[in-house]
Design a protein around this ligand. Structure first.
Ligand code: URA
Length: 213
C-alpha cells in the first residue's frame, strides 16, 4: 500500500517497483545493483521534473511551422550526496544531460549517526537554478538535512529531494527542518533499526553499489 504523506510523492510506477524489488534482494549482484540504481535514477528524474516550466517557441518541421514547447530557465543542478548518490546521478544525467552537478561529501559518524562534511562543490549561480538533491536512502534524515542546509547556505532557493527509499522517521525529521523541499521516493519503508538502517530496506546502498562489503 502506498502511504500518502504531504510533500512526498511515491513513484509507484510498475517499472520502478519491479526494479526496486530486484535491488532489495540480497542475492542481487553488485553489477546488477549498480545498473538498476542508474535505471531507477532515470525513471525518478522523469517524475521529479514533471512540472518544470516550458514555453512555446516557433519551429519549422519538414512540413509546417508550429508552436512547440521547450524548457525555460537555467539548467537544473543535480546535487549528488557521495557516494551512493553517484549511482542515481548517472541515470538522471541520461535524461537531463545538460544539467549541472554539485557534489556533497558527507559521512555518518557510526557512533552518533551525525553528519560530517568532507567535500562541497556546487555551481556558483546555484541561486538561479532548480536543485535536485540525490541520495538513495533517506534514513535518519540527518544527511539530507545537512546537504540541504549546505545548499541553502550556498544560495539555493528552489530545492527538491530525490531518493529511492525513505523511512517515516527520516521524512518527518527532514520535513521538520526543510518543509519547503518536496520529496520523491520509490517507497516508504516500515522503520529504522538501531543502527539507522531502513527496514526492510536494501542494506547499505554504497556498499552494495561498489561491492565494498
Ligand atoms: N544508508 C544506507 O545505505 N542504507 C540504509 O538503510 C540507511 C542508510
Amino acid at each position: 500500500m502506498v502511504r500518502a504523506i504531504r510533500g512526498v510523492t511515491v513513484v509507484d510506477h510498475p517499472l520502478v517497483q519491479h526494479k526496486l524489488t530486484l535491488m532489495r534482494k540480497s542475492d542481487t549482484s553488485t553489477k546488477s545493483f549498480r545498473e538498476l540504481l542508474k535505471e531507477i535514477g532515470a525513471l525518478l528524474c522523469y517524475e521529479v521534473t514533471r512540472d518544470l516550466p516550458v514555453e512555446l517557441i516557433e519551429i519549422q518541421t519538414p512540413l509546417a511551422t508550429m508552436m512547440s514547447p521547450q524548457l525555460v530557465g537555467k539548467k537544473l543542478v543535480f546535487a549528488a550526496i557521495l557516494r551512493s548518490g553517484m549511482g542515481m546521478l548517472e541515470g538522471m544525467l541520461e535524461l537531463a544531460p545538460a544539467a549541472r552537478v554539485a557534489h556533497i561529501g558527507l559521512y555518518r559518524d557510526p557512533a552518533t549517526l551525525n553528519c560530517v562534511e568532507y567535500y562541497f562543490k556546487a555551481p556558483l549561480d546555484i541561486a538561479l537554478r532548480t536543485v535536485v538533491v540525490i541520495d538513495p536512502m533517506l534514513a535518519t534524515g540527518n544527511t539530507a538535512i545537512a546537504a540541504v542546509d549546505r545548499l541553502k547556505e550556498a544560495g539555493a532557493r528552489s530545492i527538491r529531494m530525490a531518493c529511492l527509499l525513505a523511512s517515516p522517521e527520516g521524512i518527518s525529521k527532514f520535513q521538520g527542518h526543510h518543509a519547503d523541499v518536496p520529496i520523491w521516493t520509490a517507497a516508504i519503508d516500515e522503520a529504522l533499526n538501531d543502527h539507522g538502517y531502513i527496514l526492510p530496506g536494501l542494506g547499505d546502498a554504497g556498499d552494495r553499489m561498489y561491492g565494498t562489503k
